[in-house]
Write a protein that binds this ligand. Structure first.
Ligand code: HGY
Ligand code: MN
Ligand code: MN
Length: 418
């Protein structure tokens, strides 16, 4: 680093206000008025990239959109051959999301670079910031698309996955202006990046309950998701005798209740969610012939998840057998337990101590682009408190003063280490 970084922090209140303003502007980029929904390869994705790219340029960065639709900003270092310090998080959202999940990390990092740029500070290492195009998987049901492309883990089977309207990912890419044949260009060579950091809202209540603004993440919990099918037989709701039915909805209801009962035996040590259900033919006067469910189980303990998975599926099989229903399951997503890099955690700890005098350590219950990145580069995460731990809902919120701490922290981290 060339210049003392404290000077770069002196406008941090103004910086925090700018980040809050940008977060609000981004929240207006939505598919439905009155809520925040931004999905992959939609006009809203295009617009979010344009806005964020513009803010990156104002922060002194060069920008480009890669072949997966990620927006990337580059702030040159003094040593152009030095590997970059990379910051990332995502710009897509769940349906009816909050305004901070993902976006906070991207916009805070841009603001830190903005501060350096205004003070004419260049670090030794270049700083790259990526606004990942799809982390949530809201449109295609496949998560971490942006970070998987960057990490070189793109799976070409994803091109054929279709959204709710039957549009394939490949078609959507072409309409967006991307060339699916060049998807591999999005992979960043390992040697170009030194370290990866992701600042993110906690999405839990540990920091809020302990009145802390920022914390360092030790690990990201393992996450497994399954597509479950329960098949029975459809028929007339007014004529088919109750005793003859193979009703998929009633079967699924019993299965879901059993899942809740089993999971609750483990208290708060694990998480079990059936967050998506679809029934066919989905008509009031037809017995449900099939149910499609999505099950998401998570924990910081792999063995515990193995036990849970086994018990849940045994229960589902038994219930379905008894009801003459067919139960099938496919695991479609797996994100392993990932430990953050100890060296980077120590760097974060030192900066947090300087900025807020303490450095709480916490686990991440939510999954992040960082999980995907961790198999390629040293990775660490910083959490910011969000009110009541609420996330994936419109009530998500952060305090402007915490954002100010976050920017000061990022500047200290950058200027002290890179
Ligand atoms: O589901 C998750 O944990 C993340 O927010 N996509
Ligand atoms: Mn999320
Ligand atoms: Mn997120």
């Amino acid at each position: 680093m060339a210049v003392g970084h404290m000077s770069a922090c002196k406008e941090s209140s103004e910086s925090a206000a700018r980040v809050m303003k940008h977060l609000q502007l981004l929240s207006f980029v939505t598919e439905r008025a009155g809520e925040i929904t931004r999905r992959y390869l939609t006009p809203q994705h295009q617009k979010a990239n344009a806005l964020v790219g513009n803010w990156m340029k104002k922060a002194g960065m060069k920008t480009h959109v890669d072949s997966a639709g990620n927006i990337i900003g580059v702030y040159d270092g003094m040593d152009r051959n030095a590997p970059a310090v990379l910051f990332g998080s995502h710009l897509d959202t769940v349906r009816n999301a909050g305004a901070y999940d993902g976006t906070l990390g991207v916009l805070s990092a841009i603001e830190a670079v903005h501060c350096l740029h205004e003070q004419h500070i260049r670090l030794t290492h270049p700083i790259w910031i990526i606004g990942f195009a799809d982390e949530e998987g809201t449109r295609f049901g496949v998560t971490f698309l942006g970070s998987a492309a960057v990490a070189g883990h793109w799976n070409s089977a994803w091109f054929d996955v279709v959204d709710m309207d039957g549009v394939s990912m490949k078609e959507a890419m072409l309409s967006f202006g991307l060339d699916p044949d060049r998807i591999e260009d999005a992979a960043i060579p390992r040697s170009r990046v030194k370290d990866y950091y992701e600042l993110h809202i906690e999405q839990g209540s540990v920091l809020d309950a302990s009145h802390r603004a920022l914390g360092v993440v030790s690990c990201i919990n393992e996450s497994r998701r399954f597509q479950l099918s329960i098949s029975g037989e459809t028929g007339h709701s007014g004529t088919t005798p109750m005793s003859c039915r193979r009703d998929a909805v009633f079967g699924a209801a019993e299965v879901i209740s059993a899942f809740e009962k089993i999971a609750s035996e483990y208290g708060d040590r694990l998480y079990c969610t059936v967050g998506s259900i679809h029934c066919a033919p989905n008509l009031a006067n037809c017995i449900a012939g099939s149910m499609e469910l999505r099950l998401d189980i998570r924990a910081g303990d792999q063995e515990l998840l193995d036990i849970l998975e086994k018990r849940l599926f045994e229960a589902a099989q038994n219930i379905c057998r008894k009801r003459r229903l067919l139960f099938e399951s496919t695991r479609y997503f797996f994100s392993p337990l990932v430990h953050c890099c100890a060296d980077l955690m120590e760097k974060i700890r030192k900066s947090l101590e300087k900025i807020q005098g303490y450095s709480p350590v916490l686990q991440s219950g939510a999954a992040h682009d960082a999980s995907e990145i961790a198999s390629v580069w040293p990775m660490a995460m910083i959490f910011m408190r969000c009110a009541g731990g609420k996330s994936h809902c419109p009530e998500e919120s952060v305090r402007q003063d915490d954002v100010r701490c976050g920017i000061e922290f990022l500047l200290d981290l950058l200027c002290s280490n890179y």
